[in-house]
Design a protein around this ligand. Structure first.
Ligand SMILES: [Zn+2]
Length: 251
C-alpha cells in the first residue's frame, strides 16, 4: 500500500517538535525522499528505512531548509555501507548548485563512494520526474523566490493522487497541479512573498477540487493551530488536517 510519511512539517525555522519540511514516499519498490532537511539520516532510521532501501531523492528547490542536508545524507548512507547508485531529481537551478556543493566535498575521491545520478527535470508544467508500475511522479514550476518544483504523485495501484505544493505563492499552476487530488499537502507559511496562508491554501484546494487538505510548512510553536485550521475551513469545504512529524498518510 502506498504511503507518504511526513518526516518534518516545520516552516524554515525548526524546533524540538517540528523538523524542516521533508517527506518519504513509498510505492511498490520505490522509496522516495522529497527534500533533505537538516540531516535526514536520523529520521530515515527512525522510520525504518535501511541505507539500501532509498531509491530516489527529489529536491524541490535550492533553499537551505529543503536541501542543506543533502551532503549529510550522502555521507551517512556511504558510512552505513551503501554502494549502489542513488537517483536525484530537480530543476537545473537546484541540481547545478547541489552538484557544485557536493564537488566541494570531493566525495568522488572517497573510497568506494556510490554513484549519484542526477536528473534535470524540465521546467515546464506536467514534466515527468519518474515513473514505474507503482507510481508516476510529475511536477510543475510553482511561484517561489527561486525555481521550485511542485509535485504530483499518482499511486497507480491504489488509483490515488497526492499533490505537494512545496513552497509557493497562490498561483494558477498550483490549481492545475492539484486538480482533483485525493490529498493536497499545501504549505501554510503565511501570506508573504513566495508563500501561502492557510486561508489561501484552502482557496487553492477548493479551486483544484481536492478532497482532503493537509497543511504543512507552518510552526506549531509560533502559530495557533486552531486558527490555521479555521482559516483553511473558511475557504475549503473538504476536510483539513495539520501535518505532524512522523505522521503517515495511507493511500
Ligand atoms: Zn523555500
Amino acid at each position: 500500500m502506498g504511503q507518504v510519511v511526513i518526516l518534518g512539517s516545520s516552516n524554515a525555522i525548526p524546533d524540538e517538535i517540528q523538523e524542516n519540511t521533508h517527506m518519504l514516499v513509498k510505492a511498490g519498490k520505490r522509496v522516495i525522499l522529497i527534500d533533505t532537511a537538516s540531516n535526514p539520516i536520523m529520521r530515515l532510521g527512525k522510520v525504518g528505512v535501511h541505507y539500501d532501501d532509498l531509491t530516489d531523492v527529489i529536491l524541490t528547490h535550492f533553499h537551505p531548509d529543503h536541501v542543506a542536508g543533502f551532503p549529510q545524507l550522502l555521507m551517512g548512507l556511504w558510512l552505513l555501507g551503501r554502494r549502489k547508485p542513488l537517483d536525484v531529481y530537480g530543476f537545473n537551478h537546484t541540481i547545478q548548485r547541489v552538484k557544485a556543493n557536493i564537488d566541494l566535498y570531493d566525495f568522488k575521491n572517497w573510497p568506494d563512494f556510490f554513484e549519484v545520478i542526477y536528473h534535470e527535470v524540465p521546467e515546464q508544467e506536467g514534466a515527468v520526474v519518474l515513473q514505474d508500475d507503482a507510481i508516476r511522479v510529475s511536477g510543475s514550476p510553482v511561484k517561489h523566490l527561486v525555481p521550485t518544483l511542485g509535485l504530483r504523485l499518482e499511486f497507480l495501484e491504489e488509483d490515488k493522487t497526492v499533490v505537494y505544493s512545496c513552497d509557493t505563492e497562490p498561483c494558477d499552476q498550483m490549481v492545475r497541479l492539484g486538480k482533483d487530488a485525493d490529498v493536497l499537502i499545501h504549505e501554510a507559511t503565511g501570506e508573504t512573498v513566495g508563500h501561502t496562508s492557510a486561508a489561501q491554501a484552502g482557496g487553492i484546494a477548493q479551486r483544484a477540487g481536492a478532497k482532503v487538505l493537509f497543511l504543512i510548512h507552518y510552526s506549531l510553536s509560533r502559530q495557533d493551530p486552531s486558527i490555521l485550521l479555521a482559516e483553511a475551513h473558511s475557504t475549503f469545504s473538504g476536510a483539513v488536517h495539520l501535518t505532524r512529524d512522523f505522521m503517515t498518510i495511507e493511500l
